[in-house]
Ligand binder design. Sequence first.
Ligand code: ADP
Ligand code: MG
Length: 414
Amino acid sequence: MTFKDFSFVPELLDGLDAMGFEKPTPIQEQAIPLILDNQDLIACAQTGTGKTAAFVLPILHKIFSSDKRHLNTLIIAPTRELALQIDQQVEGLSYFLGVSSIPVYGGGDGETFVQQKRALEQGAELVIATPGRLIALLNSGQIKFNDLQHLVLDEADRMLDMGFFNDILKIISYLPAKRQTILFSATMPPNIRKLASKILTDPKQVNIAISKPAEGINQQAYVVYENQKKNLLKNILSNPDFKSIIVFASTKENVKTLEKELVYQDFEVKGFHSDLDQSEREKIMIGFKSKKTRILIGTDILSRGIDVEGIDLVINYDTPSDPEDYIHRIGRTARAESQGTAITFINEKDQRKFFRIESLIGKDIPKLEIPESLGKGPEYDPSKNRGDVKKKVFNKQKKNFKKRRPAENKNTPS
Ligand code: ADP
Ligand code: MG
């Protein structure tokens, strides 16, 4: 199957050519015809499978020949990084179509808010927004989506994790009831089904997700004591074969400490966390994408959706608590069927967590010997240390939930 089989307008095929997309990915193959056919849709496929183009392509095709182009499509994404990324793909794919898009997100100053409002009033065709800022704009009463044809919720699972359930319903209360609604998600937990039943009409479903990491990822783990991790990390980072690396840590404090330590050792490294402002974050992402920065250290705010080509190594400095997060994190490497390595450090108390990850993906991940110079590591015996894992995970989720909400609200001018 090729993109020509969708009978896209030639200008769109030119955009695909320019982006170097040769044939549709499985989710694109299945979702595109349904979206072209104006169906409501729930689509579920793991990270890195090309979900963005799966909705952007048919929508661009439709906007191109629509007579209701002004504020034709609203795409909601959980974070500004994702909104910007979607906007970039839209710009690339729509290059020859003359369809305009605008990302709308919080975090800028008052002037940005005014600029975004003006751009919306002047007739962007496609709006890509984060929930907080969008609600502020809708509340201001000056933006009306009266002619809206398409509503897309991207990374819906992530949005619900971040506590946006009611915000989404609020946004929808401002939208025309007659519209096509499309929901994309990497996972399909019950709360997504609940949301879908509220906002979609008679939806078709496409399901390609079997919570499994992409084939091209070489997964490995080291069983270590907490105090061995730093040296093991430096040891791995010293391997020049790895050219572009993401390191995940569990807290922003860990991110900052590791960043300092590695800078001190002359590694080209940058930390990415929620204390940085918007322009700092963008600068860091540009440096990393252009391969000027070899190593990016971040918390899970990096793990979903962020799309950088050619990452060859992902290191989980801390074992992720949520097995789904593991899949999202390691999905940062081996994008679109290339090769990559994912290495996880497992300390004694994280063994049980790692065992749950192995259960989810349905296989044992090879445990490598730590270098002799670091001493001996612990045994891998996840049947020990079962005790408090559940409670801790629960508490951490509660904490994250509280942390995330005010951060997004802060960006919403009142
Ligand atoms: P997801 O949203 O499923 O995590 P993305 O939409 O971000 O995945 O796509 C992942 C990567 O694959 C991006 O770099 C994108 O440009 C690329 N990609 C998407 N579709 C195709 C395709 N048909 N051919 C080649 N590359 C593609
Ligand atoms: Mg995506």
